[in-house]
Design a protein around this ligand. Structure first.
Ligand SMILES: [Zn+2]
Length: 115
């Protein structure tokens, strides 16, 4: 009888709330990549709220709403999505307050309920 197959990979330390393949080094690299992408995008768009000029709590916003799909994807996917929107000149920066106001207006302007 063949010996039972041993697991080839063993997590050194199980991190609570993270999958087993979670790895601090790749996570750090990933965070760096994300931050660089985000900072680059912010800088290319002026780095301040397009509406009131605020520098606090900046968020990306699609000028023409692109649906809610990208809001539920992972942060990396979302950044790539925003990068694409920036190429199409459909991306702006809004502060949290202005973003919330615009989102509310977008919903009101929807001809049909999106849900
Ligand atoms: Zn604002």
């Amino acid at each position: 009888m063949p010996p039972a197959e041993k697991p080839r990979f063993r997590a050194k330390r199980k991190v609570k709330g993270k999958p087993l393949y979670y790895n601090e080094r790749t996570q750090r690299r990933w965070n760096r990549w994300r931050k660089r992408k985000r900072d680059g995008l912010l800088a290319s768009l002026g780095g301040r709220c397009a509406h009131c000029g605020s520098l606090d709590e900046l968020e990306f916003d699609c000028i023409e709403p692109q649906g809610h799909l990208h809001h539920v994807s992972g942060s990396g996917m979302r950044l790539l999505f925003y990068e694409k929107q920036a190429e199409l000149e459909n991306l702006q920066i809004l502060c949290k307050t202005c973003h919330r106001r615009k989102t509310a207006l977008d919903v009101l302007n929807q001809p049909e309920c999106p849900y």
